[in-house]
Design a protein around this ligand. Sequence first.
Ligand SMILES: NC(=O)c1ccc[n+]([C@@H]2O[C@H](COP(=O)([O-])OP(=O)(O)OC[C@H]3O[C@@H](n4cnc5c(N)ncnc54)[C@H](OP(=O)(O)O)[C@@H]3O)[C@@H](O)[C@H]2O)c1
Length: 367
Amino acid sequence: MNTPLVFLLGGYGGAGQPIAHLLLEHTDSQLVIAGRNTDRAAGFADQLNREFPGGRVSARAVDAADPIALQNALSGVGLLLVCAPLTLLAEQIARSALAAGVDYLDIYYPQRVVPVMQALAPEIEASGRCFIYQAGFHPGLLAALVRRIAPRFERLDSVRIGLAMNETHIGSADSAREIVEGIADYEAFVFEKERWKNAGTADMQTLDFGPGFGRRACFPLWFEELRNLPKQFGIKQLGTYVAGFNWFVDYLVTPLGMLLFWLKKGLGLSLLTRLMLWGAKRFSKPPYGVQMLLLAEGEQDGRPKTLRLSLRHSDAYYFTAAATLVCLLQYLDGSIRRPGLHMMGWVIDPERGLNDLEKLGIHVEMP
Ligand SMILES: NC(=O)c1ccc[n+]([C@@H]2O[C@H](COP(=O)([O-])OP(=O)(O)OC[C@H]3O[C@@H](n4cnc5c(N)ncnc54)[C@H](OP(=O)(O)O)[C@@H]3O)[C@@H](O)[C@H]2O)c1
C-alpha cells in the first residue's frame, strides 16, 4: 500500500503536536497540519520541516464546522486523522471524509460519539473506506490490553482497569470544556452477575498504582470498547476506574458541575471550564503523568492466578500520541486497513501494539 497523505485536523493542538512528531519520526508519511489558524498551522509545519528535513509537512487553514471547506481541503488526502475536540461535529466531519473518499481515524474520548459513528457504519462499509474510531489510550488501549492478557488465563474471572492522571496542561479551553461536558454526560457501567449494571459511588474502588500515584480512590468510568469483552473472554467482573485530577478539581469543580448540570444541563459551563483549566494548573502536584493499571484474576493450570500490567509515562499527551501511533503503524502497513468501521481497541494486534508502546518509551511492566 502507498503511504497516504495524512491530514491532521487539530495538528498543532495538545495531542496533535506529539502525533505529528511521532508520525514523522517513525513513518515516511507526508502530513498536512490543519486547524483554523493559518499562522499557527504554518508555524508548526515550518518547525517540523526544520526538524525533519524533506519538506514532508504542509499547512492548511480550515474550519471543520464548514463541511464543504473540509471536504475540499481533503482533496488528495489518504487519511483524515481527527485530533481536535469536535465531538459535536463528529457526524459532519465523518461525512466530509466519506464525501472526499478518504480513510478516517479519530481519538475522541467522549462516549457520546460512539452511537453517532455506529449509525454511519453501513455507509462506511459500502464506501470501501477504513474508519478507525476511539483511538488513543483511553479509549483505544483498554480492550486491546484485555485481549493481550486474556490468552494467559484458562479462566479469566475479573479485570479492573485503573487510570490515574496528573497533568497541569490541558491543551485549551475547548478540551477543558470537553472534560466538563463529560461531567454532565457522566454514565458508568460495571459488569457483574452476567450483566452490565449502572455504576455509581458505591462501585468506587481503591486501586494501588504503586510508586508515584500510590493508592487512589477511583470512580467507575464507561468506555464502549469494554462492552463485548465479557462475552468474548468469559469475564465475570469487569470495570474501568479513574482517579481524579487533584483535590480542587475532584472535590470542588466536579461536584459543582454535577449540581449545576442537575439544575440545568450546560448551566455554568464557561465558569466550570475556567475553573477546570485553572484548577488543573494550580493544584496538580508532581509526579506528573499518566498511568494505566490492569489487574486481572483467574485461573491457569488449575491454580489461581493474578496479573498486574502497568503502563506509565510522564506526559499524558505523549501517551495519547504513542497509543495513536501504535494503531497508525498497523494501519499504514496495511495489516488492519480494511473497509468498515473499527474500534482501535478491537482492531489492532495487541501484542505488537504493546511491544511498540514500549519501544516508543512507554514504561510497561508485566511479569
Ligand atoms: N483517546 C485518548 O486517549 C485521548 C486522550 C486525550 C485527548 N483525546 C482527544 O484528543 C482531542 C484533542 O484534544 P486536545 O487536548 O489535543 O485539544 P486542543 O489542545 O484544544 O487542540 C485542538 C486542536 O484542534 C483545532 N480545532 C479546534 N476546533 C477546530 C475547528 N472547528 N476546525 C479545525 N480545527 C479546530 C485547534 O486549533 P484552532 O482552535 O486554532 O482551530 C487545535 O489545533 C479531543 O477530542 C480529546 O477527546 C483523546
